[in-house]
Structure formats: C-alpha cells, structure tokens
Design a protein around this ligand. Structure first.
Ligand SMILES: NC(=O)c1ccc[n+]([C@@H]2O[C@H](COP(=O)([O-])OP(=O)(O)OC[C@H]3O[C@@H](n4cnc5c(N)ncnc54)[C@H](OP(=O)(O)O)[C@@H]3O)[C@@H](O)[C@H]2O)c1
Length: 290
C-alpha cells in the first residue's frame, strides 16, 4: 500500500523529530506548519516539505494524515482554528501525539469530515538530533476513530514501533506512569547527584559512578521484575545503615529528607513483597520514615 502524504503542525521537539523520521522512511511531506515560521523552516531543513508556513489552515489540505504536534494545551485551539478557516478536507486523518489527552480535542476536525485519533510514542524526545531511530522498538498507543487508529498504527509500525490500543479513559494514569518512569527518573537522579555533590563528588564522577549501577538495576528489573530486582539496606533489613543516611541528609541536604523518606516508605512495601524483611523490621523502617 502507498504511504500516505503527511503534514506536521507544531514544529517543536517531537514534531521536528517525527517529520525527519517520516522523511527518512520515504513519506512525502505535504506541509510543515508552526506558530512561528522560523520553527517550520528549521524543521524543513531536516525534512523537506511542499509547503512551509505559520498558517497551518492554508497548507494542510493536501495531506492524507495531519499530525498536530503542538504542546498539549494548544492542540484543541490549533485544531479549531484550522477547522474554522476551512483547512481540513473530508476523509483526512488528523492525529495528535499527547499521552494524556484523548482525541476529543480534535472534535472540530471530526465535524469537517476527518477521522480523528491520538498516537502517543512512549519515548523521550529531548531536542538534540539523535543518532538512530527513536521509534525503533518502542510502544506507541493509539485511540480514536477506526480509520485514524488504523492509519496511526500503520505509520507507527512502519517506523519500527509496537502498537497498542489504549482506553481513552485510562490515558491519565497511563501517561502518569510514563512521566514517573522518565521525568521523575531525571528528578530522582538529580537527587542522587546532589547527595554526591554534598559528599564532594562532582557531576562527571557521578555519571561514572552511578551509571553502571543504574544500568545494572534496569537489567535486573528487565530480567527478574519487581520486587526481585530490589537490593540494598531496606531489602536486607539494615536499619542502622538507613539511620545513618537520615542523619547525614538531615545535616547536609535537609531539603531532600522528605523525598528520601517518601521513597523509603515505598521501598519498604517492595521489600515486604520480596519477602526479605518481616513485619517488625518493616515497622522500624516506617517509623523512621514517618
Ligand atoms: N517531547 C517528548 O518527549 C514527547 C513524547 C511523547 C509525546 N509528546 C507530545 O508531543 C506534543 C509536542 O511536544 P513537544 O515536547 O514537542 O513540545 P514543544 O517542543 O514545546 O513543541 C511544541 C510546538 O508547538 C508549536 N505550537 C504551539 N502552539 C501552536 C499553534 N497554535 N499552532 C501551531 N504550532 C503551535 C510551537 O511552535 P513554535 O516553535 O513555532 O512556537 C512549538 O514548537 C505534545 O502533545 C506532547 O505531549 C512529546
């Protein structure tokens, strides 16, 4: 089957990466549009398109599939603006890529005869051009009208992803899981780097020291799952080790104490499920964390 022609509206981090990937996979880009012309032109340098504009409604009409890759809060308004100005054509597929919102944000396109859906790649696009294909081997969730889901799934599979259908009502929790696993991992490692800094270990040494530990832990989770992958003082029941952590954190980095205690509380729960500490030891830890 022929690949659909595509338009991308919202040339930020994901929109630009998606446009480049689609171009590299042989898709014809009918249009690139963004709030500012400069962003659309920058994207066009990596992914040539027939039309490049800051007026999406003037350029997306010829695309089979229109991706609205604006920030989440701009999706509904961008869609309504294109619809109001007659930019959509009946039979088009219109997709957004938000993880948290469902395709009801695109109702204005539906009213113009388009099929609407969402296609969320479970991947972190952080801006800088990366080597390789960020869609390779990832999970992409789709929901929406049947024709939109089919078009989204075909494109996602073609880019190398595995596709799942997601219940639109479940997208809040599903997206919270992704935020915890990606964004909160960054915040968690910021905490580890800060503790190291207070111990006189700088960021570069932190990378050297912590990355093999992080990667080993991830491999253990992948191979054995949670809770088996849990090691360390809470899983061993080493109460005095954790007491020392709390004392030092209180003295040197008090702003991190409550987060250490909150994560410790959750870790006690994992250790109980692993079966390596008894109720009494769990109670000792929980008292220290409360
Ligand atoms: N980044 C990720 O890792 C990631 C992963 C999965 C899903 N997503 C989803 O992908 C979408 C885009 O995220 P992002 O991280 O790429 O955001 P971003 O870097 O902030 O880019 C958003 C772009 O939207 C454009 N824009 C805003 N309002 C617009 C409007 N009314 N009309 C046209 N363009 C408009 C902006 O254009 P100008 O530059 O022209 O001002 C900006 O470049 C979001 O729905 C997000 O949830 C992102």
């Amino acid at each position: 089957m022929d690949k659909p022609t595509v338009a991308v509206v919202g040339c930020g981090t994901l929109g630009t990466a998606l446009a480049r990937l689609l171009h590299e996979h042989g898709y014809h880009l009918a249009a690139l549009a963004s709030r500012t012309l400069a962003s659309a032109q920058e994207a066009a340098a990596a992914a040539p398109a027939d039309k490049v504009s800051d007026k999406a409604w003037e350029v997306v009409g010829n695309a089979d599939v229109v991706f609205l890759t604006t920030s989440d809060d701009a999706i509904r308004q961008a869609c309504e603006q294109i619809a109001e100005k007659g930019g959509f054509a009946p039979g088009q597929v219109v997709l957004h890529t938000s993880g948290v919102h469902a395709s009801d944000l695109l109702d204005a396109a539906r009213k113009k005869g388009a099929a609407a859906g969402s296609m969320h790649p479970m991947q972190s696009f952080a801006g800088a051009r990366r080597e390789g294909n960020p869609f390779e081997g990832i999970l992409v969730s789709v929901e929406g009208d049947e024709a939109a889901m089919e078009a989204a799934a075909a494109i996602a599979r073609d880019l190398g992803a595995t596709v799942v259908r997601v219940d639109p009502a479940a997208k809040g929790l599903y997206h919270a899981a992704a935020v915890v696993a990606s964004n909160y991992l960054v915040a968690l490692l910021d905490m580890a780097f800060t503790l190291n800094q207070a111990a006189g270990i700088g960021p570069e040494e932190s990378v050297t020291g912590l990355f093999p530990l992080i990667q080993g832990t991830l491999k253990n989770i992948q191979a054995n799952g949670i809770p088996k992958a849990l090691t360390g003082p809470i899983a061993r029941g080493d109460v005095t080790t954790v007491q020392k952590h709390l004392k030092e954190i209180q003295a040197k980095t008090p702003a991190l104490l409550s987060l250490y205690q909150a994560l410790g509380t959750r870790t006690v729960d994992v250790a109980r499920r692993k079966g390596t500490i008894d109720d009494q030891t769990a109670g000792q830890f929980l008292a220290m964390f409360s």
